[in-house]
Design a protein around this ligand. Structure first.
Ligand SMILES: O=C(O)CC1=NCN=C1
Ligand SMILES: [Zn+2]
Length: 424
């Protein structure tokens, strides 16, 4: 049995308490429920008590010797960060395309010429399970070093039943073996394979009739996602794919309005998606409908930055009472980063969000976007003991001193997995 862990004297203990029952919207995204000189007692992998240091010293006065003490004096303590949108499991890289885009090519031009997602699909189809596992594990180690304790991971670079299952089985093995928890999304509808270019609806039928039933039968995914974009899947095809997922118990997510306005946000609201992601080009109507329907906006400022595009308007969405979460969109083409701290910086600098709002978006709202807010995303008694300690005194400095990884310690289910910025 592991000894209890007592984190003491946090200059700011950001609990995010009070946001677990439903996604946090509007002004409440600025309410971090901070405890000065804060203290957390972790036991049996879960959070046992939260309060001031004096309060916990009183509660545990007869057990102080039992605990391993972590002195957080002068440091910021937050819930473990959560990344609700990654394409973690993939093979290969696309730095050649990065250079092409720096020389004026567009993302869709590259994709329509057989690169982009198709390039990564070719590499992933060729890769063995073991190769995918090893390459993805390296990325997961880096996520951990950047303070992330849970990630969502999509398939979508297989585009055949066998290869989609291969990706999802790698994610399952990583979830079982790596400290970071994974929540899987099936995304067979990530692109139309070249062989179906003349008849994309035939591929939609394969996704609906073959892939979704088998993935659901094997319980390899919680969510079903589709790239709803002009030149990829139409809103009508996307609807068919997401409704088929719902019929098999897979919750809907959608890549919406990333490159062009395409009424993806409207579709997300209409079918009651858990989240609509990207939204760089979402319409005002789409944002309003998402607020009414309670669809979470998962915003990906790293992707906009890397595609040299205008970011989504996080400010407008928060003011319209849409619950906002943020993510790296970790993928080899449009966002090859694992740095959630940088994504928070970009949320402030490029999407008009406050330092408090980006922290809410990277913790409790990200937990809601993967349906895990009952277990993670805030520092409250009973939740998993997933904690990140930053070597800055407060949540404002975390954004002010931008572009730096300030992670000092990461605790996953009560065990120290990163100490002084190094994997344990
Ligand atoms: O380009 C990629 O590999 C990932 C992506 N999917 C939809 N937008 C970007
Ligand atoms: Zn994505």
């Amino acid at each position: 049995m592991n000894r209890p862990v007592w984190i003491r004297h946090a200059s700011q203990l950001v609990t995010l308490a009070g946001g677990s029952s439903s996604p946090v919207v509007g002004e409440r995204m600025n309410e971090l429920a901070i405890i000065e000189d804060g203290s957390v007692w972790l036991e049996n992998g879960r959070i046992a008590s939260v309060g001031t240091d004096a309060e916990l010293e009183e509660i545990y006065r007869k057990r102080l010797e039992e605990a391993d003490i972590i002195d957080a004096t002068g440091r910021l303590v937050t819930p473990g960060l959560i990344d609700p949108h990654t394409h973690l499991v993939h093979a290969g890289t696309r730095e050649n395309e990065f250079n092409m885009r720096l020389n004026g090519a567009t993302y869709m031009e590259i994709m329509n010429n057989g690169g982009g997602i198709h390039a990564t699909t070719a590499a992933t189809q060729k890769a063995s399970h073991e190769q995918l596992y090893q390459e993805s594990k390296k990325r997961l180690d880096l996520f951990l070093l950047h303070g992330v304790t849970t990630v969502e991971a999509k398939s979508g670079y297989g585009l055949t039943l066998e290869d989609e299952i291969k990706q999802l089985e790698v994610a399952k093995q990583l979830d079982e073996e790596h400290p970071v928890d994974l929540v899987s999304t099936f995304m067979g509808a990530h692109a139309v394979p070249k062989d179906y270019r003349e008849n994309p609806d035939a591929f939609v039928d394969v996704v609906i009739q073959e892939m979704i039933p088998e993935v659901a039968r094997r319980k390899l995914a919680v969510f079903n996602d589709v790239f709803c974009e002009r030149g990829v899947f139409t809103p009508e095809q996307s609807r068919r794919i997401l409704e088929a997922g719902v019929e098999h118990g897979l919750l809907p997510k959608i890549h919406a309005d990333e490159i062009e306005p395409y009424e993806g946000a409207e579709l997300a609201a209409e079918i009651g998606a858990v989240s609509a992601d990207h939204l760089l080009r979402a319409s005002d109507t789409g944002i309003e409908r998402m607020a009414e329907a309670g669809v979470i906006a998962v915003l990906l400022p790293g992707t906009a930055f890397f595609l040299m595009a205008e970011s989504a308007n996080g400010r407008k969405m928060i003011d319209a009472k849409v619950a906002v979460a943020i993510s790296t969109d970790c993928n080899p083409g449009s966002s090859p980063t694992v740095s959630m701290p940088l994504i928070m910086n970009l949320g402030c600098l490029k999407m008009g969000m406050t330092p408090a709002e980006v922290l809410t978006a990277a913790t409790i709202n990200a937990a809601h976007a993967i349906k895990r807010a009952h277990e993670i995303g805030s520092i409250e008694a009973g939740k998993l003991a997933d904690i990140t300690i930053f070597d800055v005194p407060d949540f404002m400095t975390l954004q002010y001193r931008y572009g730096v990884n300030h992670v000092h310690t990461v605790i996953k289910k009560g065990a120290v997995v990163v100490a002084e910025g190094t994997l344990v």
